[in-house]
Design a protein around this ligand. Sequence first.
Ligand code: UTP
Length: 595
Amino acid sequence: MQNLSAQAPAAFSANAAAGLFSEAQLQLAWELVAHGQSHLFLDWDTPGIHDEEKQRFMATLLNAHLAYPGGLTAYTRNARLLLAEAAAGANPFDGCTPAQPDLVDLSSFGSDYDAAEEVGLRCFAESAVVLVAGGLGERLGYHGIKLDIPVEVTETTSYLAHYASVIKAASKRLGRAIPLIIMTSRDTDDGTRASLAANKNFGLEAGQITILRQELVPALSDMKASLALEKKYELLLKPHGHGDIHTLLHTSDTAKKLADAGVRYLLFIQDTNGQVFNAALAAIGVSEQRGYDFNSIAVNRIPGEAVGGIARLVRNGTPDLTINVEYNLLDPLLRATVSSEGDVPDESGFSKFPGNINLLIVRLAPYLKVLESSGGVVAEFINPKFSDGTRTSFKKPARLETLMQDLPKNFTSGEKVGVTVFDRTWCFSACKNNLTDAAQKVIQNGPPESASSAENDFYEAGRAKVRAAGMLVEDAPRQMLRGVPFTSGPRVILRPSFALTLADVREKIQGGSISGDATLILEGDVRLENVTVPAGTSLVVHTQDSSPVQLKDFTAPQTPRFIIQPLTDEEMNSTNVPEYLRIRGYRILQSADIS
Ligand code: UTP
């Protein structure tokens, strides 16, 4: 109480004197008042009125203060600097000429791919997986956490179970417990912990998993970075973005501990991309082969496509910056510099600037230095919607934001930044959109990114793997399921305990064939030689290491059998049908349920 400045509004001081707040809360109030935020403490009711709301408010303020490196004073100081730049209308890319980034093209299989994957598998033993899973998932509108959504509904495996199964299989194979770091948020923390607890960490050791929870940041109502109120005694908070992962890895000391434990690479992945581990090992291999400190897994991009392009920005007098440039900024930048035609296809038909999908491989040693020098606050920006051309007031409160892919903006020591391009379906297929929006995107020729398209692509990658091993694969015709294309088969699921790499698949499968109306699921130590999976059949093998299975000149049996059954309109609207089925518009029935 005695620390409260004389400038503190009297009404607040009276509440402080009544002992409503902790010493830390009072200290913070004093600091905020001294830094131009006294509006937060004006017009307070006398003690005894709305005391709980006041205490909640002070607790929220302190929480936001403690979550941000340097506290709320640093937050508002950073905001004022960025707001001044925004008011000046400075274009961060002014004076830059975009050039193609340093890249390795692994969009088709071949000897380069195999070599990268072999190196990557070895390096995976010295890697940690960082899963950013704090997002709201508003576009999908699913009522649980996205990590619990099944990536496939033949056997119904959730994204979290799938990721954990890769880490478990790789840990066993490489003889080292590969760490998994999960970033959660207020919206996903409880659900993520509950899912891990209910499933015994999906077979991972408890010490293998670290959960880091991101906090919301206060919104700002004006150019002075005044903290905005939702209403009296309620701070307006907003998400800060997935770049929070860098802050949390720093402030929790996790990055340092990982380095001490021998980790050399961090693989950053998203919550719903079942394809990521098809490409991740080869990409880690490329980081090792090329000495990349920061490597983006990227996809070929058609010019103009609504996905950010990764470009090397060249500016006289400053080192090149390889960074994601949003597509609506890239084209004008190209027109203003290298070509009046803007972003055009090269001889392969794609843009020179590959598409960013936010899958990153970061070398830990230089990363630690960046975290140290930035205090973990990486490449923040502010995007205020100004009320008018004077750029002095906002239409609605703004906040600082940060994106994990912007890390190279903080590189100052010649860190090597590169890109590894993969076939799109092979490395990326997210579950982000509800079915209605997904169907609309299909009409507009965009990727649907629905639960159904993600499952479709999961099987497609499985087919690509067995094809690469020489199996004859007949694709079923494409059908439309509620406006989203779906190739119903064959549905091929190769579990990580069966194969972690393409080389594994080639070693374990020789020849054979599979029909478009068939299912193949392999888990554990299985070998197939000249195995046929005809129409209407399936081969499902789950085996433990102690009992390897070898099938030679074998034809799959009639059971179990799986069929896809579209949901009726009534089922789509019925809460009796699990939501994870309604977000895709079908179920997959097994023999026993097929009449
Ligand atoms: P998305 O672009 O999918 O955003 O995030 P979202 O917030 O999850 O979904 P919408 O936009 O509300 O529909 C990409 C990845 O970044 C994570 C997400 O969980 C996802 O893995 N993310 C996003 C965070 O971890 N924190 C954030 O603040 C935002």
